[in-house]
Design a protein around this ligand. Structure first.
Ligand code: FES
Ligand code: FES
Length: 166
């Protein structure tokens, strides 16, 4: 197998070497990253809903930006650094990320299907802008849709983390 037949990605700090092809466990040219994360790597925290870039459920962080993983082909991800919802928990202490805890504390989800995407979008926002205004939070989350809870619960959760940072 030559190097051009492989895709190397770092996901949640772990390096994976994926092989292009159509066999079991291989990456076909049409596989989107959300599919690969879920079905090849077993990271089912990332949700796949519309599959068309319209709902935000599949949001992950790639090279420090929130991106829609259903809109990205895995074969284009060689060398990328990716964080999924599974990567937010502190690996040493097992403690949830403050955003994960805030979503629990503020009842910011019901079925939870949209929640990983909401949290990853919020995480990328706070990394880039630790003290966003309410408008900036709403703007950042405008592509993340939820059928269950009021977005005000989500807003309160994200704001609480920004405020805790002082
Ligand atoms: S599943 Fe990717 S935006 Fe809806
Ligand atoms: S909590 Fe159910 S879709 Fe958002």
């Amino acid at each position: 197998m030559t190097a051009t037949n492989t895709i190397r990605v770092i996901v949640n700090g772990n390096t994976y070497e994926l092989f292009k092809g159509t066999g079991a466990g291989q990456i076909s040219p049409s596989d989107c990253l959300a599919y690969t994360l879920r079905e090849t790597l077993g990271l089912t925290g990332t949700k796949l809903s519309c599959g068309q870039g319209a709902c935000g459920a599949c949001t992950i962080i790639m090279d420090r930006k929130a991106v829609l993983s259903c809109n990205i082909l895995t074969v284009e991800c060689n060398g990328k650094e990716i964080t999924t919802i599974e990567g937010l928990r502190n690996p040493r202490t097992g403690k949830l990320d403050p955003l994960q805890q805030a979503f629990i504390d503020h009842n910011a989800f019901q079925c939870g299907y949209c929640t990983p995407g909401m949290i990853m979008t919020s995480k990328a926002l706070l990394e880039e802008n630790p003290h966003p205004s309410e408008e900036e939070i709403k703007q950042a989350l405008s592509g993340n849709f939820c059928r269950c809870v009021s977005h005000y619960h989500v807003l309160r959760a994200v704001k609480s983390v920004a405020e805790e940072r002082g």
